[in-house]
Design a protein around this ligand. Structure first.
Ligand SMILES: Cc1cc2nc3c(=O)[nH]c(=O)nc-3n(C[C@H](O)[C@H](O)[C@H](O)COP(=O)(O)OP(=O)(O)OC[C@H]3O[C@@H](n4cnc5c(N)ncnc54)[C@H](O)[C@@H]3O)c2cc1C
Length: 379
């Protein structure tokens, strides 16, 4: 529709919304980007200090490809902006040698020529003598992957979008009631297309469509302090580590923030706006149990910081990027499901391709693929 104020209004300046606004602005579109609490705010899923970027995704090649493309884009972005918000720590994914996920990961990475090493007991012990693994443990090590400084990276993408012409406002938007006008706390806005990239707020904003298709869950993250002068738990000695079969992951200490350890299993339902963000003793004890067992050099380490965040889970972990069923020009983008951050650049490009080039939809990202019954298959 010619004559509207904006070509695109993006609601939500988390990693998905930020990259969407950035892509469109770079292509010359008139973009308005809104966030109720600010880019990378503490309630948002993108608001954490760090997020792992890995290529390992079992047989889910679609996400391996997306990660590969996204890592390239993140690096280009940081090179262009002169920021060093990616740390090439390496990523180690461990399991038992017969774990179908690990075997499928190896096959996928080989097929699409991602650099990795298959590490068995002796090489694991030699490479990471301070990490305790069971004798049968096997790992996929990705030397080129690592950790993104999440909150600051999102803010940097929003800044870049603004430099490219995006108008950014700290406003809250209502759910759409018509195709071209949207009510916000800053007044009504008009745009040709709207992207609601509202992360864990999506189910409350669109209760009929997403109320039981995206479930925010309460997740707790802990940062432990290494003994003075002990640099074994920072890069290059410790990579990011993921053990899906144990339900745990860790990020080496970066910028002196401490060694991060968390349980990846889904917690109870959580409201991102009003949920209580105090940690629980039980989860801290669970984190300490894993810490003591796998990283004995950190046994009894002081807790430096802890955070409660939320995953926004679809039924199986696939993203949602699709049209609103009632409005042709309204798009829903979310369902990062605890693994979405790294994919921000890919998601931004996917949305641009769908809206501008009208490319065919990826069935796995469609609304109809989002079931009510939960069965997590994407890790
Ligand atoms: C503890 C934890 C660890 C994780 N680890 C990893 C990892 O290692 N690697 C990885 O790739 N991913 C990881 N993830 C997942 C990843 O962080 C998320 O999938 C991703 O950040 C989701 O981004 P988003 O843009 O969809 O949502 P968000 O970042 O939540 O952004 C949504 C934004 O929308 C705004 N908003 C909502 N409603 C409105 C409204 N009505 N009007 C205006 N603004 C609105 C909010 O304020 C918010 O800023 C992790 C997540 C958590 C919680």
């Amino acid at each position: 529709m010619a004559g509207t104020a904006y070509d695109l209004a993006v609601i939500g300046a988390g990693v998905f919304g930020a990259w969407t606004a950035y892509q469109f602005s770079r292509a010359g579109a008139r973009v308005l980007l809104l966030d109720q609490h600010g880019p990378g705010n503490a309630r948002s899923s993108s608001g954490g200090e760090t997020r792992i970027i890995r290529m390992s995704y079992g047989a889910d090649e679609i996400y391996t490809r997306s990660s590969t493309q996204s890592l390239k884009r993140w690096k280009e972005f940081f090179a262009e902006t002169g920021l060093s918000l990616f740390h090439q720590t390496g990523v180690l994914v461990t399991s038992t040698p017969d774990d179908p996920y690990l075997i499928a990961t190896r096959d996928t990475l080989s097929r699409i020529c991602c650099r990795f090493e298959w590490l068995e007991r002796d090489s694991l012990r030699e490479r990471f003598p301070h990490i305790m693994f069971e004798p049968a443990t096997t790992g996929v090590y990705e030397p080129e992957s690592g950790v993104l400084m999440a909150r600051r990276a999102v803010q940097a993408v929003v800044d870049a979008a603004v430099r490219a012409g995006t108008r950014y406002e700290n406003w809250r938007a209502d759910a759409p009631t018509s195709s071209h006008t949207l009510r916000t706390t800053g007044g009504n806005i008009e745009a040709d297309a709207f992207v609601f990239a509202c992360g864990p707020w999506l189910p409350a904003l669109f209760p009929k469509i997403l109320g039981n298709r995206i479930r925010p869950t309460r997740q707790q993250v802990f940062f432990f302090g290494a003994p003075p002068g002990d640099d074994r738990f920072a890069p290059p000695q410790t990579p990011a580590w993921i053990a899906f079969h144990e339900g745990a992951y860790a990020v080496p200490s970066l910028d002196g923030r401490g060694f991060k350890l968390a349980v990846d299993r889904h917690g109870p339902p959580f409201d991102p706006e009003t949920g209580n963000r105090e940690i629980t003793r039980a989860k801290l004890a669970e984190a300490r149990f894993i810490l003591d067992k796998r990283f004995p050099g950190l046994a009894g380490a002081p807790l430096l910081e802890a955070r409660v965040c939320q995953y926004e889970n679809t039924s199986n972990g696939d993203f949602l990027v699709d049209r609103h069923p009632d409005f042709e020009n309204v798009w829903l983008a979310g369902g990062g499901s605890g693994h979405g951050f790294k994919h921000g650049p890919f998601v931004g490009e996917y949305i641009a391709a769908r809206i501008v080039a009208r490319t065919d939809p990826e069935p796995r990202f469609s609304l109809t693929a989002k079931k009510i019954r939960r069965r997590r298959t994407v890790y």
